[in-house]
Write a protein that binds this ligand. Structure first.
Ligand SMILES: Nc1ncnc2c1ncn2[C@@H]1O[C@H](COP(=O)(O)OP(=O)(O)O)[C@@H](O)[C@H]1O
Ligand SMILES: [Mg+2]
Length: 403
């Protein structure tokens, strides 16, 4: 991992001097090697790379495009090794259909004839993850010392994110999440949640209904009727999760969101999920409502209200001014005109510098927004997601849709 970080830093340095470096033959070679190294590293590294790759519009395009492979297409290089009770199946393809950050997915057919996939946990990756968590901790302890000069608690962030990466390997919880998402979206037009065959699944293998002909979401859809419709469906689905159900898929990048032959939005992979209580949901609604209506003071006040603690150095005026500036820059922008990732990073840094410690659910929702934006921008960069949120929040306030 140290080698990986060193190569990325070196690449960033060269790009600063020569912004077109990524487009040259040497640049492309470096990026391909980096993507390969990331793919072979732990899921935490893959997740970070996936997050970066969704920001092509806002940072080094070549770098982001090179990492895109890690979203939908981590090369499968494994075989099925009997992780399920094979007597339930008429046929199992031994060669993997696709791979993600947690495991590989195999095509199979149940005895009933139903086409399914078996998602098998990669135990080697899980082990790697545990190892890399230790490396991360050592790096962040060091970073904590250096960054404490700017009051940035690197270790706090690592501590908040580690359970999330760990949770992705918990197939019992993914199975429970899959069942709940299926129930929540049962009657929602345009959203497809593949059925999870819970009785055929186990802690190392999950069996899902197979969705044929999944189309990858790419920039080519931007501005097309298909893209606009899918963006609208995906955004509404996300708002339902965050404002109504309190069951939030935090990993909506293009490796987990596809279109089917009808153009409906298929949502996969329920490993990175946040659950919030009704009380928290109401707070978050208010917070989002304050952002989209540009009420920066209310935004700052709500962050403080949602924080777990405040350090002695906290100064209300400074914090409110800093958040005010950020909200000002963000408010009223369309999906393609605002870098949600950068905004979120700035919110985290402002909180850290001011000694406002945010809860992990808040951090996870903000991260989910960054993933979502990466996908929405590809589908329809002119989408006004803040206006959509405003409309929905208004309807919720009026009581037309219940909690
Ligand atoms: N129900 C399904 N039908 C068809 N393909 C699927 C299905 N579930 C997963 N896949 C394929 O497998 C890939 C990895 O699955 P995913 O659940 O995202 O694994 P990971 O948690 O490792 O990222 C997906 O990007 C998709 O290409
Ligand atoms: Mg995935």
């Amino acid at each position: 991992m140290i080698r990986l970080l060193a190569t990325i830093s070196l690449y960033a340095l060269v790009v600063r001097i020569s912004p077109r470096f990524g487009g040259t033959a040497v640049g492309r070679y470096v990026i391909t090697t980096l993507a390969r190294q990331c793919a072979a590293d732990s899921p935490a590294v893959i997740k970070i790379a996936q997050l970066i790759s969704g920001r092509a519009q806002f940072s080094d395009r070549y770098f982001c495009e090179g990492l895109l492979k890690l979203q939908a297409d981590v090369s499968p290089n494994c075989w099925f090794r009997g992780e399920v009770d094979e007597t339930w199946f008429a046929k199992i393809d031994q060669r993997a259909l696709a791979s993600g950050s947690v495991g590989s997915v195999f095509r199979a057919t149940l005895l009933s004839g139903a086409p399914v996939v078996i998602k098998v946990k990669d135990l080697h990756r899980e082990e790697k993850h545990l190892k890399s968590a230790r490396t991360f901790r050592s790096i962040s302890t060091l970073a904590n010392r250096i960054m404490s000069v700017w009051n940035i608690p690197a270790l706090d962030w690592i501590n908040a994110l580690t359970p999330v990466f760990r949770g992705q390997f918990d197939f019992d919880s993914e199975r429970a999440n899959a069942l709940q998402f299926a129930e929540a979206f049962r009657r929602v037009d345009g959203v497809v949640i593949p059925r999870c065959y819970a009785q055929h699944s186990n802690p190392v293998a999950l069996v899902y209904e197979r969705i044929e002909e999944l189309a990858v979401i790419s920039e080519e859809l931007n501005g097309t009727q298909r893209g606009t419709r899918a963006a609208d469906i995906l955004l509404k689905a996300y708002f339902k999760m965050v404002f109504i159900d309190g069951l939030i898929h935090c990993d909506l990048h293009a490796g987990n969101v596809y279109l089917n032959a009808k153009g409906d939005v298929v949502i996969l992979d329920y490993g990175y999920v946040e659950r919030i209580t009704d009380r928290v949901k109401v707070k978050f609604r208010k917070f989002f409502g304050a952002i989209v209506s540009g009420n920066s003071n209310l935004c700052a006040a709500l962050i403080v209200d949602m924080a777990t603690s405040r350090a002695k150095r906290y100064k209300e005026f400074e914090f409110f001014t800093a958040i005010g500036d950020l909200v000002e820059q963000f408010h009223g922008r369309r999906a393609g005109d605002v870098d949600v990732g950068k905004f979120i990073m700035a919110v985290f840094v402002t909180c850290a510098r001011s000694g406002v410690r945010v809860e992990s659910w808040f951090a996870n929702i903000l991260v989910s927004l960054a993933f979502l934006q990466g996908t929405l921008v590809k589908l329809d960069s002119s989408l006004d997601f803040q206006l959509e949120a405003k409309r929905l929040l208004h309807t919720l306030e009026e009581g037309a849709i219940g909690l």
